[in-house]
Design a protein. Structure first.
Length: 130
């Protein structure tokens, strides 16, 4: 199997791609580092069949994120309610299972704290449920 970076090479040519995965839970970060997912977790992701071929390989009943993609990810313990300006700015932010952690009525205030961490260029903020 070709490595994912070669398959994505043309699309990412000239880009500096960094992925920062954050969570407050060290257990969640360890699971993320392993990059191993159940069929249920995989089917909740993008439906694009190429994504499975490019990003994942099946190992028994589980799926593992390809090593070249795992190597691109920096894992950091982070509380979104605290300052994280030391991480720099971002072009894309994916927040999954975050809004339900904030008290009802405070979600807008917390999101306004996250948005300044985005870059001045085109930004995507994707919010998702657990």
């Amino acid at each position: 199997m070709q490595c994912a970076s070669r398959k994505m090479g043309a699309a990412l040519a000239g880009w500096r791609t960094e992925i920062v995965a954050t969570d407050l839970s060290l257990a969640v970060l360890e699971k993320s580092k392993a990059g191993i997912f159940s069929q249920f977790e995989v089917q909740r992701g993008p439906a694009d069949p190429v994504a499975g071929e490019v990003f994942l390989r099946k190992t028994g009943e589980l799926w593992q994120l390809n090593a070249d993609i795992r190597a691109m990810v920096q894992h950091r313990q982070l509380n979104l309610l605290q300052d994280f300006s030391h991480l720099g700015t971002f072009d894309v932010i994916f927040c999954r299972n975050v809004l339900n952690l904030f008290r009802s009525g405070n979600q807008g205030r917390h999101l306004r704290a996250v948005l300044p961490k985005c870059s001045r260029r085109t930004v995507v903020l994707a919010l998702g449920a657990a």
